[in-house]
Design a protein around this ligand. Structure first.
Ligand code: ZN
Length: 467
């Protein structure tokens, strides 16, 4: 009896281990900027089978043509034969193996990272340098249609002496040569980032939750402790603001590289569920400790991007979604996602220059932008947020000024007892409880309910074009 239970549990374990969607990423040829990816479903799929690359990444508010960097894409059948997959005839970011009834064991393709870097915006690009590869997972991993909810086991294989760090499973005990990541779905895997190589460092800091700072700087090692300080301070501020943090660990990925092409490379950040990535050239690298004043002065971007782990990644409305998609949504409330989350650092750090920037981006901008209603501006920014950053700055600045005005009104009405902090907490708890996006109709009602104070006059005023 004992024996058979033992056998049963062994076979159950095996079944369980194989009932997985298996992703493999290989980088084992240092003369080439090409990664090899394979995706193997838990059991063979029956054609037609479609493979999709994301063109929409949450928080990018743009179109990223990650499908254009994919080459040599094949379906592999049960006999190991490679069959070319064909790209959609309308240039949608999908490929199909259409031979009805035939079985497919896996899909294989290649991604050229230099091609991504030369063609995508710096904050959308994965990069490769001597002794280093920095990967935004959604730039290299697509999905087989219908598998996006399945549990994922992902294996990374590289050179024996290369270390591997993943934001999905961060640690300072870096694996070498090979690393396994396990995620609850494709969407969680796609949200992550990977550093591989001999030329990056990882330092852990104690915060409200463990904080990992992973740094690659192409010319010299950066001074990391102030990043650690700014991020652990951000954790504390956000915990106080919302009453809790939504993550068990957090990673900051810093990439400072010499550009492949000459040009202007302003520093940019990108938020993820449990991490943020900061990109830039080496002009602003940190060589030594900063004064406390400088720590505070350069902190807004770190607090803002960590704050995105709450708004909008876990508290959002309208058509925004916190996962990658094939077609970018047109979003009516980017002013909430971005403006309210720029208000928070302003509310906490009280840096006057932030308010000046909001004012300038709203009142001293192009008449073309001023004549747009808030909703029209948000729609335009849905695909051109940073491509024409007047739109990005315009939409977040209007949202931030709206939040500032609401904050002042709440404080005035309650003798300082209520503020936007109560509104943020209410919205976050509402999202956690309801587990769905709020609608544009619900939003003004929800913010009124947060403190039982009517904010609709301010809300309506900010919906209009700028006089
Ligand atoms: Zn943002």
């Amino acid at each position: 009896m004992k024996y058979s239970i033992f056998l049963f549990s062994i076979s159950f374990l095996c079944l369980n281990a194989s009932a997985q969607l298996r992703y493999t990423l290989k980088y084992q040829d240092s003369t080439s900027p090409v990664l090899k990816i394979s995706i193997e479903p838990s059991s063979p799929l029956t054609a037609p089978v479609s493979f999709i690359m994301p063109r929409s990444v949450p928080g990018t508010y743009g179109v990223t043509f990650y499908d254009r960097f994919i080459t040599n894409i094949y379906a592999i059948n049960n006999r190991g034969e490679k069959i070319a997959m064909s790209k959609n005839e309308n240039d949608a970011p999908r490929w199909i193996y259409a031979d009805s009834g035939k079985q497919i064991a896996r899909i294989e393709y290649e991604v050229n990272l230099n091609k991504i870097e030369r063609n995508a915006a710096p904050s959308d690009a994965s990069i490769i340098r001597p002794g280093f590869t920095g990967i935004l997972n959604y730039s290299v991993f697509g999905w087989i249609e219908g598998t996006e909810k399945q549990h994922v086991q992902c294996t990374i294989n590289t050179f024996d002496n290369w270390s591997i760090f993943s934001t999905n499973q961060p640690t300072t005990q870096l694996a070498k040569g090979s690393f396994e990541i396990s995620t609850e779905s494709y969407n969680v895997l796609a949200d992550g980032q990977i550093f591989m190589g001999t030329n990056f460092r990882v330092k852990e800091f104690k915060g409200v939750t463990p904080l990992f700072v992973a740094s690659y700087c192409q010319t010299e090692n950066e001074w990391l402790d102030d990043y650690g300080l700014q991020e652990t301070m951000s954790m504390k501020i956000l915990k106080d603001y919302f009453g809790e943090l939504p993550f068990q660990h957090y990673s900051v990925m810093l990439i400072k590289s010499l550009p492949l092409e000459p040009g202007n490379y302003p520093p940019f950040g990108m938020e993820h569920l449990n991490s943020s990535t900061f990109f830039g050239d080496t002009t602003s690298l940190r060589r030594s400790a900063m004064s406390l004043d400088e720590v505070k002065r350069t902190m807004p971007t770190f607090l803002h991007h960590m704050g995105h782990s709450l708004i909008p990644l876990r508290c959002y409305g309208d058509t925004y979604r916190p996962y990658v998609q094939e077609i970018p949504p047109i979003i009516n409330n980017i002013w909430f996602n971005e403006g309210f989350m720029w208000f928070l650092p302003y509310d906490e750090l009280k840096l006057p220059r932030m308010k000046t920037n909001f004012d300038n981006s709203v009142y001293n901008t192009s008449p073309e932008i001023k004549k747009l209603s808030l909703q029209q501006l948000s729609q335009a920014a849905s695909t051109m947020y940073s491509a024409d950053f007047r739109l990005g700055r315009g939409v977040y600045s209007r949202g931030a000024l709206m939040a500032i005005e609401m904050n002042n009104y709440l404080k005035e009405k309650t003798g300082g007892k209520k503020s936007m902090k109560d509104v943020f907490r209410y919205l976050y708890q509402w999202s956690k409880k309801n587990n769905r996006p709020f609608t544009m109709e619900e939003f003004p009602l929800l913010i009124n309910k947060a403190c039982n104070i009517d904010l609709s006059k301010i809300y309506k005023k900010w919906q209009l074009p700028i006089e």
